[in-house]
Design a protein around this ligand. Structure first.
Ligand code: ADP
Ligand code: MG
Length: 255
């Protein structure tokens, strides 16, 4: 069985990579988890996982003949597929190859988390949202962020991708987020997965090159992510069906 989630948001810097790795590590206690840096233009998962020195990344897979297995690393109890940060490699990368790469990974895991690009602005950027079974929407607790997140949900839904849940990150003020969460409950399809606090531990983890749940497992933010993972109802599709769907996906136009 496998379910593919795109971890997405309207804008950058909301904490998608932090969230992808935290949910991944929490889910890895129960499932076989693979996380992929599908944010191929603004890749940063490699810095969050101490993989910035590795030779082979998703970029090599997207430009040529490298099988995705060579860009997959066993780290933190998961399979981690980082992406490089070279602009030239990004320019030469064929986003269409992401379909085959993800299909290959889907054949051999329970949960696939695609750390997705922010802007719904280019063909490559929307692909993870289109390919995934469901999106996890990461929001900062502000009205503009909520409104961006709704656009992501709407776009995803137009391709048959549901919403698995909504997660508020970098929450400072519980009252302010309560008002926004109320609106979010009304407009988003999935459950509110968590309110992750603004956290020094999250920043320190990034600096240390370790996911939050490895670097500061006892922090409030880590606990919020573990709760979020428990609220996520993972639905396993047939792995061969999912892989076939990915392989044959039509690359969409940007919204
Ligand atoms: P994205 O992938 O959406 O661009 P990141 O996960 O890389 O976002 O987070 C952006 C920055 O914000 C990073 O430096 C990260 O350490 C920091 N960050 C993420 N979540 C939190 C949090 N809950 N509290 C404080 N800093 C955070
Ligand atoms: Mg990121």
């Amino acid at each position: 069985m496998v379910e593919a989630f795109a971890v997405a948001s309207g804008k950058g810097g909301t904490g998608k990579t932090t969230t992808t790795l935290a949910l991944g590590m929490a889910l890895a206690r129960e499932y076989d988890v693979t996380v992929v840096d599908a944010d191929t233009g603004m890749a940063n998962l490699l810095f969050h996982t101490g993989l910035d020195g590795v030779e082979t990344t998703l970029h090599d897979v997207l430009v040529g003949e490298t099988p995705v297995s060579e860009a997959a690393y066993d780290r933190f109890g998961m399979r981690v597929v980082p992406c490089g940060t070279s602009l030239a490699a990004f320019r030469d990368a064929d986003p269409g190859r992401l379909r085959t790469a993800v299909a290959d990974l889907a054949a051999d895991t329970d949960v696939l988390l695609l750390d997705s690009p922010a802007a719904l602005g280019s063909k490559g950027a929307v692909l993870p949202v289109v390919l995934a079974d469901r999106v996890v929407v990461v929001l900062q607790p502000t009205v503009p962020s909520l409104s961006d997140g709704l656009k992501v949900q709407e776009y995803a839904a137009s391709y048959g991708t549901g919403t698995a849940g909504v997660l508020f990150n970098r929450v400072r003020d519980d009252e302010a987020v309560a008002r926004i969460a109320e609106q979010a409950e009304r407009y988003f399809e999935g459950p509110m997965l968590a309110r992750v606090p603004e956290s020094d531990a999250a920043r320190a983890s990034r600096r240390a090159g370790e996911p939050l749940l490895a670097h500061a497992p006892g922090s409030d933010a880590a606990e919020a992510y573990r709760r979020a993972a428990r609220s996520l109802d993972v639905r396993g599709g047939d792995a061969d069906d999912v892989a076939a769907r990915f392989r044959s996906a039509v690359i969409p136009d940007a919204p």
